[in-house]
Design a protein around this ligand. Sequence first.
Ligand SMILES: [Zn+2]
Length: 274
Amino acid sequence: MTRILRNSAGYILHKISTTRPPDGDPARVSCRVCGWRRRAASKAEARALRDRHAQRPREWPTFHVGLVTGTGLGTNNHAAAIGVSDDLPTCAWALAGNRGAARTIHAPQFLADEAVAAIMTTGIDVAQAVLDMRQLAKLCDAGTSLVVIAAASTSSGPGYDIAGVGDYGLYHCQGGDVVPLMSSLQPNTPTGDEEASTFATGMRITRLRAPLDRERLVVMSGSVARAVTAEERAALITGVRNPQTCAHDLFQAGVRAGMQQNAALLVLDPLSTE
Ligand SMILES: [Zn+2]
């Protein structure tokens, strides 16, 4: 059974359904629009988790999320993770990529999941999360890219905290334009708020705070960011309304342009919850 939570204008904020698995597997509960998902030991627990997500306060930030991860293009691996709290007005996302050998192919999913879990459970700073995960990644492979995003509210108003290291592109819609916020491809992107920290380890982590207005934020692996032209990127980010379709179309544009590596893309659409 599916439960739907709408804002006062009737727009869908959350759409939650439980999946009946084959015998023996845990039940899954997931929200098709914000990306929230849980595993449940029983049908009763699945129903309880579903009902709890449906009671998430409407005033808390809500996002419709598109996520695409490409596979089958070689041994490089990229992954993304989504965190939505039912206890706190917090959402977090991470995208990880790995240029390493096939033996580390599962590392990016682990790192993305761990980064999101650290943000959600300990409220750790995004730059510290990147630093911690990158140190972890170094144990198996130095070629790991990682971007961590947390939606947070502070005295200066609601905003995104973002930190990244490695090979990625990050873009924000601003009044109909698509603005590169932070990117390994354009290290001198003038954002005003960007701050690069070189930690004692010598690692350069870029971080910034961006306004959490109602416009779309897109983060993508460097492989797809390089493959897609600025014109095509802007046309798809501003022209494709559904975030999942947008992420898919950007990925396919990269494939058509001859992208030789795997890629992950996250498209975040903040919603008005009033
Ligand atoms: Zn949801």
